[in-house]
Write a protein that binds this ligand. Structure first.
Ligand SMILES: [Zn+2]
Length: 253
């Protein structure tokens, strides 16, 4: 790949590149690039890319009238090869808003149940990676939720160990400019599903503050339904604080 890049360096101006391994010493490289010389074409660059030893296949397509179409990749996938759909947050947020406007409290219940089911399914998918004491990995799970774009999550065990408080900044449900939501049932369900999976206890989940109601963040309090402490290996002082929060406080670049 290094040889191919050094050949291309004098012929194209890379705007963005992606590369990833396919195993067995094979890798995919893809890029959006601008031709440097008017003498080159998509065809000539495609042929050039095949010159270095080890390059198996190349395809270069040209954009027309400002539209460049990716004709190579077919859908996104997670590391577990689950297919993903990419959609603007505003579109998902507006879809959920429509459900709650049409069905009222019944709609909120649907979203809560779906959020909880989603969280339980995600936990099952990543469980192996969390090791024998997943309840001690709250910080990493919060970071994953943040990286996936759901919200910027700060989670902490409440003093006494009876509940976990989630503070979600930029929650996808109510933080978009067009949102008229004042409660975020999908994420309330996600928080419930996570705590239930981590501690294997039936829980209640309440949204005590909501950005949609003018609060700084959406706050969810999740606690065991029977009032028992969450206990276990989780330190009472432990809190999970993820990158973007620290970034907004200016401590991380
Ligand atoms: Zn909210």
């Amino acid at each position: 790949m290094a040889r191919m890049l050094s050949i291309l360096a004098t012929r194209v101006d890379f705007i963005g590149t992606t590369s990833y391994s396919k195993g067995n010493n094979r890798a995919i490289f893809s890029a959006i690039a601008r031709l440097i010389s008017g003498y080159d074409s998509a065809q000539s660059i495609q042929e050039l890319m095949l010159l270095p030893e080890g390059v198996i296949w190349s395809k270069v397509t040209e954009g027309h009238e400002g539209l460049l179409v990716d004709r190579f990749h077919v859908g996104l996938q997670t590391g577990n090869s689950e297919p993903l759909l990419m959609m603007p947050v505003s579109a998902i947020s507006s879809m959920l808003q429509e459900v709650t406007q049409r069905f009222g409290s019944g709609g909120e219940m649907i979203l809560y149940n779906q959020g909880k089911a989603y969280s339980l399914a995600r936990f099952a998918a990543i469980k192996r990676g969390l090791g024998p004491n997943p309840e001690t990995r709250l910080e990493e799970i919060a970071a994953m939720t943040c990286a996936a774009g759901w919200a910027i999550v700060k989670a902490k065990l409440e003093p006494g160990g009876n509940a976990i408080e989630f503070n979600n900044f930029e929650c996808f449900e109510c933080s978009t400019s067009k949102s008229r939501r004042s409660s975020c049932s999908f994420l309330r369900g996600m928080a419930a599903g996570l705590v239930e999976a981590l501690f294997r206890k039936e829980v209640t989940s309440e949204e005590t503050k909501c950005k949609g109601r003018g609060d700084e963040a959406c706050t969810f309090i999740v606690k065991p339904r029977d009032g028992s402490p969450l206990g276990g290996a989780l330190s009472l002082n432990r809190s999970a604080k993820v990158g973007k929060i620290e970034e907004s406080e200016g401590t991380v670049n």
